[in-house]
Design a protein around this ligand. Structure first.
Ligand code: 4NP
Length: 166
């Protein structure tokens, strides 16, 4: 059975589709693509159907990520379908907790910031780059690359029985 991860931010056009791209590349590099389903969604539906923000696509493409996700709002069925739901900041987490309908669903929600290691002294969440300049997008990608690596390591460690070890 696949391990299903959903990354969630506000608009689903900056942070969460980038997280999806970063995580997809990590699992591809480790030869684990068949073990994972990775997706992203937003708590706000205003960008439904849009590609990621052109600024995020540009900064991500410089690091070799081709972000093709189409924004979509999170739906109740996501709380059943996905095993891990990753919030980028506290506001996202609060919105997700309001939508969860069981304790089991609440337990699926984790904070991306808990997996930030290198920049931990400065950030315990992924700041929204939407109203920022280029540095905001670079910072978001730095934090996402750091956190995705650590999140994936933990998932692999916890699912040793189901995931082939490299
Ligand atoms: P995201 O960034 O949550 O990382 O996708 C944002 C995108 C759009 C808006 C806010 C944040 N907005 O207000 O439209």
């Amino acid at each position: 059975m696949k391990i299903k991860i959903l990354f969630v931010c506000l608009g689903n056009i900056c942070r969460s589709p980038a997280a999806e791209g970063v995580m997809q590349r990590l699992v591809d590099e480790r030869g684990l693509a068949s073990c994972f389903e990775i997706d992203s969604a937003g708590t706000y539906s205003g960008h439904h159907g849009q590609l990621p923000d052109p600024r995020m696509r540009q900064h991500a493409s410089r690091r070799g990520y081709n972000l093709t996700h189409r924004a979509r709002p999170i739906k109740r069925a996501d709380f059943e379908h996905f095993n891990i739901i990753v919030a980028m900041d506290e506001s996202n987490r609060r919105n997700l907790l309001h939508m969860a309908s069981t304790i089991e669903q609440e337990r699926k929600i984790v904070m991306m910031g808990d997996y930030i290691v290198k920049l931990r002294a400065h950030y315990d969440y992924v700041p929204d780059p939407y109203y920022e300049g280029a540095e905001g997008f670079e910072l978001a990608l730095d934090l996402l690359e750091d956190a995705c690596r650590n999140l994936l390591d933990e998932i692999i460690e916890k699912n040793k029985k189901n995931i082939p070890q490299s």
